[in-house]
Ligand binder design. Structure first.
Ligand code: HEC
Length: 166
């Protein structure tokens, strides 16, 4: 059997590949650019959708362990300024702003409620508002707190501290 019987002669194969690569290179590069841009924008889309709850998961994961004192101070005064009007300074849900609300805010002192709710849900309700956790839109979002996970964690801690003691 002669070499040429086994198919395309070596010489020709090399020539074909070299020429092909030369012609393909620009297309490959353009393809890569398109691929990269679409993947990145998809990624951004995914982050826009899921980034927020993830942020809150992180917040909830702090679990009161490493909350700076300054965040506790900020959270305490923030609760007085923004939340007590509806939730009441003691968390009973009977603030003047809640009078005409339906549904009324939850009584944070209730130990039954405290047991039923996760830190994550509390954090999510605070940052993204009631509708984000299936509750009333009277519970407004606090988007400025998204960038302050320590303060959110401290607010969660504050709400936990309002529970009736045994
Ligand atoms: C305008 C009145 C109002 C203000 C101000 C307000 N809330 Fe609320 N909040 C509500 C109402 C009403 C609900 C209950 C919604 C429901 O049950 O559908 C609620 C629900 C919540 C919940 C979820 C409770 C649950 O049942 O899981 C949390 C946590 C919460 N508020 C925290 C806060 C914090 C912290 C602030 C201040 C940053 C705040 N709220 C400010 C009215 C208010």
């Amino acid at each position: 059997m002669r070499k040429s019987d086994r198919g395309t002669p070596r010489q020709e194969v090399r020539k074909y590949r070299a020429g092909d690569a030369g012609r393909l290179a620009p297309r490959v590069i353009i393809g890569l650019v398109i691929f990269t841009t679409t993947s990145v924008s998809n990624l951004n889309g995914a982050m826009a959708e899921t980034g927020s709850p993830q942020g809150v998961t992180m917040v909830a994961a702090t679990d009161g362990q490493k909350i700076p004192e300054s965040a506790r101070t900020t959270a305490a005064s923030l609760f007085g300024d923004r939340c007590a009007v509806c939730h009441g300074p003691n968390g009973d849900g009977k603030g003047p702003g809640a009078e005409n609300l339906n549904p009324k805010p939850q009584d944070f002192r209730s130990r039954k409620w405290q047991r039923s709710v996760s830190d994550e849900k509390i954090a999510k309700a605070i940052v993204y508002g009631g509708p984000a956790v299936g509750l009333s839109s009277s519970m407004a979002a606090n988007p400025d707190l998204e960038a302050q996970p320590n303060v959110v964690a401290a607010l969660v801690e504050h709400i936990r501290s309002l529970a009736h003691k045994r």
